[in-house]
Design a protein around this ligand. Sequence first.
Ligand code: JHZ
Length: 410
Amino acid sequence: MNDVYERINCRACKGTDLHKFLDLGEMPIPNGFRDPYDKSPEIKYPLAVNVCKTCWMVQLTHVVSPEIMYKNYSYIPSTSKTMLEHFERLARGVIFKSKLAPDDLVLDIGSNDGTLLSFFKDNGHRVLGIDPASNLSQVARKKGINTIDDLFSSKLARELVDCKLKPKAITATNVFAHVDDLNDFCDGISALLHPDGFFVVEVPYLPDLICGNEFDTIYHEHLSYFSLTPLINLFRAHDLIIVDVEKILVHGGSVRVFAVKENRWYSQYESVGKTLQEETAFNHIETFDAFAGRVEAIRLGLMSTLDHIKAQDQRIIGYGAPAKGNVLLNYCGIGPDILDYIVDSIPQKQGKRTPGTSIPIESEWYLEVDDPDYALLLAWNFKEEILEKQKEFRANGGKFIIPIPNVSIE
Ligand code: JHZ
């Protein structure tokens, strides 16, 4: 596969009636953190989104090769208390809903460092992870979580079926949006899932992204942006029936979708019909064009706020180095002239520089010895956790600039 290619049809329904509603320009990949001495050229790729006027699936115009983005991955959710609590609740919910027996197999696709699977393992279930990032699967294996270093595919699914593996629960959290060939992925799920099993997908929820102005969550890893409308049809095309949908708060607003094999009769929860009904009011071109206008307003408002603070000779740092933070920094043109540095809790990011803007990333401990006036909260999805953690910084007069859903100072 080339490093990048342009899609000319919808990933879900293959329709070609696509409407581009936002173009964020050319950017480096969002987790492309660099060593300070790395002077190699930084490759940038187009970052823009289409909405399919046939099935209402939103998707990037260009697809960057997964080999470029995932071989050495720096997203580690287990560093956040919010995400640890979230994964524990998710595991409990899946165990209850799937009526998992002690020896049932649970498969997690995009298993990262094995955090989610460890909750199932501790409850006595067999577990298996799949993740292409070998730096993370090594960590999972040290926790006793068997992990296959690969991308999920229908080919891999059939190899697992040949090994007599039929998971009673298959989970995919923050990975389904990263998949280019969704039809092959769903084909593999349908072949692999136990006849009485549940397929549980968590993805950022498109209406929350649009209504919450969360434009920085649009980046090269996220190939698709889901509402329930396109998901229902995509799953049905692979004999997977969505029987329940839960709205959840993580990552700026996500949905948890439960699907079963078509031959496994389950009554559909009213959540499905209610959500589809709500989306009929959302699925209009004007919704997406109005969002693009708000994105530009946020960029102008944020730059005006930062310029005003700098004009008063006050210092600003960044807080959190999430993938989305790099979209916001690159789109708004925020560099080391505005942010002295960024603090982040993930050791793999500390000592690196941000892609495209080359801002140094340091440990959160920097705030124990430094005294900036403001912190731009790039990890705004963890606002409560971070503001609580930094209550002393705030008590000493430090202020947080919150860029999303609208620019505010707390
Ligand atoms: P965080 C993730 O993207 C990963 P990212 C993925 N791309 C995805 O699908 C979306 O979410 C939905 C730091 N931090 O987890 C840690 C602190 O420094 O939102 C992280 O670097 N102190 C698969 O990259 C960053 O913030 C803290 O107290 O946006 C958060 O990044 C906390 C809580 C976090 O992932």
